[in-house]
Write a protein that binds this ligand. Structure first.
Ligand code: ADP
Ligand code: MG
Length: 273
């Protein structure tokens, strides 16, 4: 997908190939609070290749969101480091190089779909230089919402709202996409559809993705690799490659290889508990 700047009004300070990035995590530990520190991340090290789709699973409260926030530069870890290509997450974030999608799509109710997607570009407007934005139209097509461009969010279903949030996260064509239980608030049928949708979007956009979920099935279906975390403080219990062919559909879920994969992940989590 090309980068275009048809409107010519928004410019981004982009350098190099921003398609996807390598992420290196070294001995990352984090505790919250000073007096009685709560240890949440315990010596996490990971190497993620450009364009990989990586899921993070683990019991509730183990530290998944904390890990994602550290990767996204939203939190300074107590020790250890995260590098994204040659930069810190914060440096990449300042260049609009990280897209975030949370459980709540957090759309502005008074702005249309198009204007919600356009918001980060509008906010960044002044201080940007080189063209690096996706035309909003291209993003609308990517998430299949062209016909709904002028709709207000309240006229969309939950799944559609979350697709707007994904488009908004991709507005700067960031090499890194961080998703924290993005389908957690959706009903199972919509969730199933969104899994297909996300695979299609990822195949087209080829970002490096970290995807937090507590659904083992979801992780196995979407990922190249699944990282299993222990209960708090989170340690990496295992990293599992999922080599099933794509696209993975509902039929994939009957595939013996898929079932074996689920079994392995379940076992890893059970051993931790
Ligand atoms: P998960 O996403 O796996 O459910 P979190 O990373 O959100 O887990 O939280 C891990 C632990 O850290 C929990 O015990 C939570 O209460 C605690 N925690 C999360 N954020 C903060 C914060 N900002 N300050 C203090 N404690 C926090
Ligand atoms: Mg969480």
């Amino acid at each position: 997908m090309g980068i275009s700047d048809k409107a010519g009004s928004h410019w981004v300070d982009y350098e190099g190939d921003m398609t996807a990035c390598q992420v290196t995590i070294r001995n990352l530990s984090h505790s919250y609070g000073d007096d009685e520190p709560l240890r949440v991340l315990d010596d996490i090290s990971l190497d993620v290749q450009p364009g990989q789709f990586v899921s993070i699973v683990g019991p509730s409260g183990c530290g998944k969101s904390t890990l994602l926030r550290a990767i996204g530069g939203l939190l300074t870890p107590t020790s250890g480091e995260v590098m994204v290509d040659e930069q810190t997450p914060r440096q990449l974030q300042q260049k609009m190089g990280i897209g975030f999608v949370f459980q709540d799509p957090a759309l502005l109710p008074w702005r249309s779909v198009r204007k919600n997607i356009d918001l980060p570009l509008e906010v960044a407007g002044g201080r940007t230089r080189r063209a690096g934005r996706k035309a909003v139209r291209e993003l609308l097509d990517l998430v299949g919402l062209r016909e709904f461009s002028s709709y207000p969010p309240y006229q969309l279903s939950g799944g559609m709202q979350q697709r707007v949030a994904i488009a908004r996260a991709l507005a700067f064509d960031p090499p890194l996409l961080l998703m924290d239980e993005p389908f957690g608030a959706l009903d199972e049928i919509t969730r199933e559809a969104m899994r297909q949708e996300l695979q299609r979007i990822w195949a087209a956009a080829r970002k490096t993705v970290f995807f937090v979920t507590h659904s083992i099935r979801e992780a196995a279906l979407l990922s190249d690799r699944v990282i299993v975390l222990s209960p708090r403080p989170a340690r990496v219990l295992g990293s599992f490659e999922v080599t099933l062919p794509r696209p993975r559909t509902e039929q994939t879920e009957d595939d013996p290889e898929f079932l074996a994969c689920i079994g392995t992940l379940r076992e890893a989590l059970r051993l931790a508990a």
